[in-house]
Design a protein around this ligand. Sequence first.
Ligand code: ZN
Ligand code: ZN
Length: 134
Amino acid sequence: MNTVTCDNCGRDVPAGTQDTCPDNGWSFDPRRFGYYGGFDDNFAELLEDVAEVTMCHECVVSLIEAFPAFKKHVTRGGHPSINWNGEQPCTETKPCCNYCWGWSAEDRDDGKSTINTYVVNDAGEWELVRTHIQ
Ligand SMILES: [Zn+2]
Ligand SMILES: [Zn+2]
């Protein structure tokens, strides 16, 4: 399993979806914050081609919860309830955070499946938002 290191907490975390991006975390170029007066005058990365900040799931959740400016952009259902290496950070009764989504499938007698999609409600619990037959 490929891993990347969180620039904030230093933990190695799974990177199964893309080689340099943490599963259910953030990977972004801080130079995109930049403009005249945008705190980027002395970014060391400006002298190089590569600039990237990697943040694991837990650090992203801490950032979102600490600053409403981020929270207004990350709403319910922001990331899937699995890591792409097969880990299940959520359980049937407890979501990993308030921003994940999950699903379940039930086989039907007619050979089709009922697919249920869930997000986390204000009480921090799974809430069914969509059911369809596939
Ligand atoms: Zn972290
Ligand atoms: Zn989460």
